[in-house]
Design a protein around this ligand. Structure first.
Ligand code: SF4
Ligand code: SF4
Length: 209
């Protein structure tokens, strides 16, 4: 037992209240309309929010599996003959140090043998899924070909067969063929880049990973 203090206690500690388990909400019906209960917030399991979409090299698996398996060794960065892969900057938090494509600096040229994938020891870049990194879109009001200027640079340089068609002198990106390699963005000569490059929002995962 503690000896009595000379000074009065500044804080009175109350016993912890018993927390009552709240029953799960039941579906309700209001005016004949069925309303499902809002599920409780999941604070313990796998995070429900996706990580920020980043432009990964070809063959990158599901982002959660990728972040868990990538050792940040940089082997894919070294293996890329076109310096298309860089380390994500520190400001990207959990993503920092992982490999990303920065098409403004150097785009992926879709090597036939994918040395980046071959170099990946932990197997988070794989050749068993399509090498889709994202997709490109043309911002028409910025595109020279949409302003009576002859320009076919993006369709000429695109390394993927049939990903950019030219109709009436204007480029049209076929989103189901485009791999999001970023070459069109890299070569676009418009004063303000007319190619918007969007990373893939979800990628296939590996079973049992
Ligand atoms: S496919 Fe080739 S150019 Fe593209 S990231 Fe891999 S190594 Fe680099
Ligand atoms: S359209 Fe652009 S991003 Fe898509 S494959 Fe061709 S060059 Fe790459």
């Amino acid at each position: 037992m503690r000896p009595p203090s000379r000074f009065p206690a500044l804080v009175t500690r109350l016993p912890k209240p018993e927390v009552e388990e709240r029953p799960l909400a039941q579906p309700r019906s209001i005016g004949g309309i069925h309303i499902d209960p809002v599920p409780p917030t999941n604070l313990t399991g796998k995070p429900l929010a996706r990580t920020i979409p980043v432009h990964r090299p070809p063959g990158a698996i599901d982002e959660f599996q990728f972040l868990a398996g990538c050792t940040r060794c940089g082997d894919c960065i070294t293996a890329c003959p076109y310096n298309a892969i860089v380390q994500a900057p520190d400001r990207l938090g959990a993503v920092a140090g992982t490999p990303v494509i920065d098409a403004d600096t150097s785009a992926c040229l879709m090597c036939e043998d994918f040395p980046c994938i071959a170099s990946c020891e932990p197997g988070v870049l794989v050749d068993t899924i399509p090498p889709i990194m994202g997709t490109a879109r043309i911002t028409e009001h910025l595109c020279l070909a949409h302003h009576s200027t002859t320009c076919t640079v993006c369709s000429e340089r695109c390394p993927v067969d049939d990903a950019i068609a030219v109709t009436d002198g204007k480029p049209v990106i076929k989103e189901d063929t485009c791999t999001g390699c970023g070459v069109c963005r890299y070569v676009c000569p418009a004063p303000e880049n007319a190619i918007l490059l969007m990373p893939a929002f979800s990628r296939p995962g590996l079973p049992n990973a």
